[in-house]
Design a protein around this ligand. Structure first.
Ligand code: SF4
Length: 313
């Protein structure tokens, strides 16, 4: 694996940070950590575009062309873990950028942060679309023996066209599945995040079934599903992508997302219900043969489970 996969069309700004942990409100977790700001993956549906817009930063095709690298993030994290008031609360890594985007190949900041998690027995979770995560299997297994820690590999679809056109900077889904398989074999609790599912593009029953089956074959601990959110900032860019590649879908999106960022809860429940049923069928088929044992710390003071709607495979 290349150690320096940084891209020539991306500008990297090395900027030390004053704090590593961010207090989060209105999310299923209270603390987050992002070693980078900006994401080279540049997904058309990325919800961070909405935050960028609100902060008066580019949320259009310029998003992801600059990446801030928090060069001292691991040492600051260690100082924060050492604080007397810190109570080893679960921390979600990668809520606002992908911790295994190409820059991580050379900067190794996510790796250094995971080492800090292990040294301080701090629980957490990590979400990524980057197969580079397999480089850190050694640290992740060490960490999983010391604190509850889970990984979520984002694989919204196996459809080649949908992937290529909506996730211009990510590795193919098959590579992510291989990465997940490697993690699962090492005993790391790794689930598939099937999100966002795109109405009319990746929500056909056979498309959902293909992801669930592949997740089961790779040894995923679970599958969870989410639908597209279109907040201002994300909306403009996503609709442009739609107009370019799937113009026939545009009227439907303009109608369904008119005046709102989310589809009605019933639509989400329906998709999640389908995924849940698919997972149940997969489990029934293999009779639990694929179930794996995952690494755990010797004693478990609290169980990390920040994901809503998780479905155990
Ligand atoms: S990988 Fe995640 S953070 Fe990065 S652009 Fe895609 S959705 Fe956004």
């Amino acid at each position: 694996m290349a150690l320096d996969p940084r891209r020539p069309d991306v500008e990297y700004f090395e900027q030390p940070c004053k704090s590593a942990l961010n207090r989060v409100r209105g999310m299923p977790f209270d603390w987050s950590l992002n070693p980078y700001m900006g994401c080279e993956h540049r997904c058309a549906f990325c919800y961070v575009r909405a935050f960028e817009k609100r902060a008066d930063r580019p949320s259009d095709s310029r998003y992801g062309r600059t990446v801030r690298v928090k060069t001292n993030v691991a040492s600051v994290l260690r100082q924060e873990f050492r604080r007397r008031g810190w109570r080893r609360e679960p921390v979600a890594i990668g809520a606002a950028t992908d911790p295994y985007q190409p820059a991580e190949g050379s900067y190794r900041l996510t790796r250094a942060c995971l080492e800090a998690f292990a040294d301080f027995h701090n629980p957490g979770s990590l979400i990524t679309r980057g197969p580079l995560i397999v480089r850190d299997v050694d640290v992740l297994t060490h960490l999983a023996r010391r604190a509850p820690f889970s990984v979520h590999v984002s694989i919204p679809t196996l459809d080649h066209d949908v992937w290529r056109r909506t996730e211009p900077g990510t590795a193919p889904p098959a590579q992510r599945l291989r990465a997940l398989e490697r993690l699962a074999r090492a005993g790391i609790k790794a689930s598939v995040a099937m999100a966002p599912i795109l109405p009319g593009l990746s929500d056909r029953p056979e498309q959902l079934a293909a992801v669930v089956m592949a997740a089961r074959e790779a040894g995923a601990a679970g599958v969870w599903a989410g639908l597209l959110y279109l907040r201002e900032g994300t909306r403009e860019h996503f609709l442009e992508t739609l107009a370019e590649h799937w113009p026939e879908q545009l009227p439907r999106y303009l109608r369904d997302y008119s005046g709102r960022a989310y589809l009605p809860g019933a639509r989400l429940k329906s998709v999640q219900g389908q995924v849940r049923e698919l997972v149940r069928q997969e489990r029934q088929q293999d009779g639990g043969a694929q179930r794996r044992r995952f690494l755990e710390p010797p004693s478990e003071p609290r169980q990390l489970d920040w994901l809503q709607n998780a479905v155990t495979a």
